[in-house]
Design a protein around this ligand. Sequence first.
Ligand code: SF4
Length: 56
Amino acid sequence: MAYVITDSCIACGTCASVCPTGAISEGDIYKIDPDTCIDCGTCAESCPNEAIVPGE
Ligand code: SF4
């Protein structure tokens, strides 16, 4: 399982700066590479817009 970034993303970049594995890439909305994500949840806790949720 990896975390995913939803349409609520405002592309602020907070998550990418805290991810310990560099799994988050920039864009119009940010994206998490599921193969690099270790499911730590740090990004979800850091997101000011609650845009990051556990994947299925
Ligand atoms: Fe990075 Fe952890 Fe978020 Fe995965 S859960 S994208 S490893 S901060």
